[in-house]
Design a protein around this ligand. Structure first.
Ligand code: R1P
Ligand code: URA
Length: 378
């Protein structure tokens, strides 16, 4: 065996030992908690459990059933507290493929396993709009492009959290974006979302009148995710900055390569330089609705996007697909590390533990997996 193979192998083993240690520690904590509960006379957590979400539509409790149309789920046919009650992280990104890959990746990172002959099931397949995967306490959803699409998903996911009585779920968008004055491949964690006029508000029309909702993001969550970046080991930078949310990819982002363009290159240059002078680090298309809807519900939210180009240098995305797909994994890496840290390394937190069912039986709990077709099992 060559020296480098040997050190790779040692590194892998050390990694696996670290993961096993985290799982064993988490299981010890779970065991200690169960023993404590037995001593206290089996007080059940569930009895006191209510969702921690605030400011929701008071009519929700009267909807029997509540039909989450675009997710293809309803409260009559699905036992939300049973299937989704353990959700602590809701991660979302534009495409179904990214979110399926992320689900498998996070499963590995948090030490869960499924049988080799099974695969994760798209729970919202019946809705035929979004994809939704559940890996223990992590939900992974695709949101499509733009604020209207992500806001439909968010309304339904927030209602899901409410019906499932989830406690303090954290929502994170993992995406791509156009950077402003940053090296392509840099990860930007948004401090706040702003619109094209640099207003920190998501504007919607209700009964024909403009309603604005503040689009602040959780600063401490952004810091916690940033701390998961290791400047010595990671070959890319991670920065915190303002994110401009546009309502389209071309004119809304001052591109010169759309089917229509009624401004000059000089006007584009001036606009992008103004953004740069206002600490805007990137442009994408969902952060306004994401920030507004999560903060209205009292949900901690973060937006973590890789910059796939520097808009000060051009408009077209010329980077090869294999490089883009490596970059696309960077926000996923940071977010998976964050989730892992919250679940297993938060020693001050009595509740940090390996999810009980899945630690023993793999991530194949109710609604999580299905048998793979024969050819995929091979
Ligand atoms: O890469 P995702 O997360 O899909 O998001 C970005 O990419 C899309 C445009 O190409 C927009 O939806 C923008 O927000
Ligand atoms: O320039 C870009 C790149 C990705 N997504 C966007 O919205 N804009």
């Amino acid at each position: 065996m060559s020296k480098s193979n040997c050190s790779d192998c040692t590194c892998r083993l050390a990694n696996e030992v670290g993961q096993l240690k985290a799982i064993v520690n988490a299981q010890s904590r779970t065991l200690a908690k169960l023993v404590r509960q037995m001593k206290e006379g089996c007080k059940k957590d569930e009895e006191a459990k209510e969702s921690t979400l605030c400011g929701l539509n008071p009519c929700l409790k009267c909807l029997q059933p509540d039909i989450l149309y675009h997710l293809g789920l309803n409260t009559e046919t699905t036992d939300f507290p049973k299937v989704f009650g353990d959700v602590r992280f809701v991660c979302m990104g534009g495409t179904p493929g990214r979110m399926e890959n992320f689900a498998y990746y996070v499963m590995q990172e948090i030490g869960l396993k499924i049988n080799a002959a099974t695969k994760l099931r798209n729970i919202s397949e019946a809705g035929q709009r979004f994809s939704l995967f559940k890996v223990g306490p992590v939900l992974c959803a695709s949101h499509g492009m733009g604020c209207p699409s992500i806001s439909i998903l968010l309304h339904e996911l927030i209602k899901m959290m409410y019906h499932a009585k989830c406690k303090d779920p954290v929502f994170i968008r993992i995406g791509t974006s156009g950077g402003i004055g940053v090296e392509p491949g840099t990860v930007i964690i948004s401090s706040e979302a702003i619109d094209g006029r640099l207003n920190p508000a998501h504007e919607i029309l209700v009964h024909g009148a403009s309603v604005q909702h503040a689009s602040q993001l959780d600063e401490s969550l952004a810091d916690e995710i940033k701390m998961c970046h290791d400047p010595c080991k990671d070959s890319y930078e991670a920065v915190i900055g303002r994110t401009l949310c546009a309502h389209d990819f071309y004119e809304g982002q001052s591109r010169l390569d759309g089917a229509f363009c009624e401004y000059t290159p000089e006007m584009k240059k001036t606009y992008l330089e103004t953004l740069q002078s206002q600490q805007v680090k990137n442009i994408e298309m969902e952060s306004l609705a994401f920030a507004a809807l999560t903060s209205r519900a009292n949900i901690r939210g973060a937006v973590v996007c890789v910059a796939i180009l520097n808009r000060l240098n051009g408009d077209q995305i010329k980077t090869p697909h294999d490089v883009l797909s490596k970059w696309e994994k960077r926000p996923q890496e940071l977010v998976a590390r964050y989730i892992r840290k919250v679940l297993y390394h938060n020693d001050d937190d009595d509740e940090s533990e390996q999810p009980e069912d899945e630690a023993e039986a793999g991530a194949g709990g109710a609604g999580d997996t299905q048998k793979a077709p024969a050819e995929e099992a091979e």
